[in-house]
Ligand binder design. Structure first.
Ligand SMILES: Cc1cc2nc3c(=O)[nH]c(=O)nc-3n(C[C@H](O)[C@H](O)[C@H](O)COP(=O)(O)O)c2cc1C
Length: 324
């Protein structure tokens, strides 16, 4: 399949694996890229820019295909040394960066000077237009269904994607809630040039995470995610568990008086415990509604080939049969 996204990133299939904290290690990114998609290493999971440089080198050892690095610009006061992370990306010869969180505007000159293609992930049309204005090459339009941070507008992809198509000139991928071929074809019909998947890629053989997490995704239904941290305007979609129940109870009790310190035990430093130790009630972790569509744990190649094969079939047989 050829789209503006496959052309832009020089990949075989219009399928991106979004950056995921403590999931997007070199093994994950290389498996997706080797299967013809675009794999992405999560920059800030690497504790220092030097660690990121080593992770990029490991990924180059595992694939000769293009891969990217995610740089998440955090909302809080924490300020990682972003310029040094970008230097590690540039020196590592990575030519694609997925940005997310706050606007990447301040860092665009450094990335553009190194000929890096920037795809910014955002949850609204206005932020997508801003990304276009500041020189991003593409956007990842992340609907309300998504795992992670859906923003505060709550617009699902059935509306958000065609709205993005009305306004954007640069290519965009549909992100959030996507896990199968029907949804890829729908995303293309709604104006996107490809898809970005997070949660679905966690339930793959190569995802370097604990088996308990993969099993939890297969078990979960579309009813099992919850939104937390709305009172802090840092809404996150997570899989329901005992810790998430506690957060929701505190949010109910404290309402708009809630402070991050009130829930810090449930939300800070959780990812290694979940992803590496498989301690499934250790805290809140991002998970999308697409869990309801995850029924197996294939290899990345099986997943991507299966999606592309079925998408072709839907386009050539099902859709064409309506107009023939
Ligand atoms: C476990 C997990 C961790 C994530 N961590 C990040 C992150 O660190 N930075 C980021 O930009 N997005 C992060 N995301 C969001 C994904 O990149 C992607 O946008 C999202 O998962 C898409 O929605 P989906 O899960 O419904 O496919 C994370 C998602 C998950 C499921």
């Amino acid at each position: 399949m050829k789209t503006r996204i496959t052309e832009l990133f020089q990949v075989k299939h219009p399928i991106i694996q979004g950056g995921m904290h403590y999931v997007g290690f070199a093994e994950m990114a290389a498996a997706v890229s080797n299967a013809g998609g675009l794999g992405i290493i999560t920059g800030l999971t690497q504790k220092t820019p030097a660690d990121l440089a080593a992770e990029i080198a490991r990924c180059h050892d595992m694939t000769d295909k293009p891969f990217g690095v995610n740089l998440t610009f955090l909302p809080g006061f924490e300020n990682p040394p972003y310029n040094e992370y970008i230097a590690a990306i540039v020196d590592g010869g990575v030519k694609i960066v997925e940005t997310a969180g706050r606007s990447p505007e301040a860092y665009m000159p450094a990335m553009k000077a190194a000929d890096i293609k920037v795809i910014h992930k955002c949850t609204s049309v206005r932020h997508s237009l801003k990304a276009e204005r500041i020189g991003c090459d593409a956007v990842s339009v992340d609907g309300f269904e998504c795992g992670g941070h859906p923003g505060e507008d709550d617009i699902p992809n059935m509306i958000l994607l065609p709205r993005a198509a009305e306004e954007l000139t640069i290519p965009f991928v549909a992100s959030g809630g996507i896990g199968n071929a029907k949804q890829l074809v729908a995303a293309l019909a709604l104006g996107a040039d490809g898809i970005n998947m997070g949660t679905r890629f966690m339930a793959t053989q190569e995802a370097p995470i604990h088996q308990n997490v993969k099993d939890a995704l297969v078990e979960a239904s579309e009813l099992d995610t919850r939104l937390i941290m709305r009172p802090l305007r840092n809404t996150e979609r997570v899989l329901k568990n005992a810790a998430v129940d506690r957060v929701i109870e505190k949010e109910k009790q404290m309402g708009s008086n809630l402070k991050i310190d009130d829930i810090i035990d449930e939300v800070a430093g959780i990812y290694p415990k979940i992803m590496q130790d498989g301690a499934m009630d250790a805290g809140a972790w991002s998970c999308g509604m697409v869990a309801g569509l995850i029924h197996d744990i294939p290899t990345c190649r099986q997943l991507i080939d299966g999606i592309m094969l079925e998408a072709n079939d839907i386009i050539h047989r099902r859709l064409l049969s309506f107009v023939d």
